[in-house]
Design a protein. Structure first.
Lengths: 207, 207, 207, 207
DNA sequence: CATGAATGAGGATTCATTCAT
DNA sequence: TATGAATGAATCCTCATTCAT
């Protein structure tokens, strides 16, 4: 197995995204990905253990960027509400910025076999944890409700973002997903806030 | 195509749920479903157009019950908060009451081919509409926030319930899903309510 | 097995011709024939041993008429050339008179399984023999060549009529098959005749 | 689709002829053909689009040789009668030389589905045209009758050869098909010739 | 490192026939 | 006689993976 670097490694990942986005999960044969990446079928097996490994690596690669990017953007924020607002914005803008990727992450990869879903769920746990940390911080800091299980809150936050994103990808209307940031924030922030301490949607997020 | 009643029609649906729950979507062969239902392979094609039709019918059958059941339970309720609380409870208790069904609806059917997913999404729209109606009623009645798009609220409600249910199904711990009703309500109700007008989790829901 | 008479027996034969002509051999299911005949699927098995028996009976029924009809028409003819001319005319006019039957006999039934073709070939032998008798008579009578094997002559006569008929059935142009009688006679008669003793196409044949 | 050359391409064609000849059209499974050809089932699909394509290619391959071979043999002949005699001889000797092929072409392939028959009929048209050209040449050259439609003559020639060949294949007696060349010529040549200008069966044909 | 020809397991569906009523 | 719901055997094709070059 060749190292995880090499330009071909990344080329295969990108080819997989493109092919899956265009043809759908069930029509994304290895040979099609190879052709798109400009390599021979067999070459893929020099960089990945099998097709499953390509897809899980794709997810790790893209979702890892997702989490890392979010952590960077929030690391200097002190206000939990602003953290929430920025999290929502980053989540949506990242997907909107690459519709192919959005299609693959929100729709196509979910049609995969159990083993792949398992690999994916392990990777997504990093994002889950990050969201839970925000909630915990908000509770400790006093902005968020104390009578709230961080894990439940995380499920509601992630479930909401995920459903909104899925509806956007599936919609034929080509509306602006980042425009959903404030409406979603307005409901979630209120849901998480200690009584009377809701912070209005922070300025500067959408710039 | 024989009539949609007939005990065999229902037996095949139930067999499909059982087989898919046990073996997973990709290992649910028609012959396995037939054997589980106690009929010959060919008999399935007297009641269903093809395998796809079995799966979509399964979803329609079960999800239809879902929506109908929820509508019945809520039809005499006047308070939007109580409607929300009961909706969450019904959603969770229905899935908890039939773990096989939950596994099939939350996990397995989502691995299906585009054509099946299309059939499914058309059916689920009925449930979406029902949730939106509750939100609209709450807004008109004055309990819910006016500055809120009912469709966005629906996505947050459904996304939250769906994510909580999915996590429950995938969890190895065998915890009580209906126990999530109150925590989820506490966050969503606050998120939807007009300022200061949140109603605490209504009594009698969990009985 | 019910008797070969009965109106249902004949109704099933006619239905088979109609269904095969319309849908083709491979799409002529027993259930379709039953529906066309206005009986239940199972009823067919009261009159015929199996589907194969229906098809062979169909052929016997229709081809038997063919041979009997030809024998009747020719029984008072003395001149071998006129016999040939009339044979050709009867062959063509019979097929032209029932295009469905022609389609079934010339095209569809030839796609059948070996066992059916075997049954058919036994029946057609009666027609073969009749043609050979004409040739033998012509040789004995002195009109036809002596240096000619009657069986070879029969193959050439039947092969010619069959090919001409097949081309007519397959043709999209809706030309008159009986119009081929004289041209075909002109070639075959010359081929069979003793030198210089060809008889021109007899008058009255085409009336 | 790999190139139409390759030894495997031809090996699959030959295997198909052999399997169909031995087991019949309806029992000629792809896996049987693959085993006979010494390749994996899937390999067949590297060289052919599907099973239908194998059969049509088989026909094109063999019937193409048929036409090409006949054209080569006749290209230097000037006498229409000799052309006819040689055509008959080539037709019969080609079939007699490969009894498996004869069985497949005369019997088995005629049981095939409409789509295959359509592919076949397009290919055979080349042979039809070749026969018609001979007839036209004979008419222009003055040896053949002027009052004769070349297409009708072609149907009589081809129908005769086809029927004689079919009877030979189906016969249990193992007689010599090429022995039919002269008898068939004697009838057809007379049928086509202008009065009194028949040429006796040319010497040297049967060598 | 790279190639790509070859492999071969696995499953939905049709339809002639039966038999309890 | 007549019905028609139920049966179940039988097969083409795809595509992830390998390995000789």
């Amino acid at each position: 197995m060749a190292k995880k670097s090499g330009e071909k490694y990344q080329a295969i990942i990108e080819a997989a995204v493109k092919v899956i986005a265009e043809f759908g999960y069930h029509s994304a044969q290895v040979s099609k990905i190879a052709r798109e990446a400009g390599v021979a079928d067999g070459t893929i097996y020099l960089y990945f253990k099998n097709k499953e490994d390509v897809l899980i690596s794709l997810f790790r690669n893209k979702m890892g960027q997702f989490t890392v990017h979010a952590q960077n953007e929030l690391k200097d924020i002190k206000d939990p509400f602003e953290m929430l607002a920025r999290l929502i914005h980053i989540h949506f803008s990242k997907l909107q910025g690459d519709r192919s990727l959005a299609l693959v992450l929100q729709i196509q990869l979910r049609q995969s076999e159990p083993s792949i879903r398992k690999g994916i769920s392990e990777i997504i746990r990093g994002y889950y944890n990050f969201i839970e940390q925000i909630v915990r911080y908000g509770i400790e800091e006093g902005s968020f409700r104390r009578d709230m299980d961080p894990r439940t809150a995380r499920k509601i936050i992630f479930g909401s973002l995920d459903e909104v994103a899925t509806c956007w990808v599936l919609s034929s209307r080509n509306y602006d997903l980042t425009g959903m940031t404030e409406p979603v924030y307005n409901i979630l922030a209120r849901g998480l806030a200690r009584d009377g301490r809701v912070r209005p949607f922070p300025e500067g997020i959408l710039d």
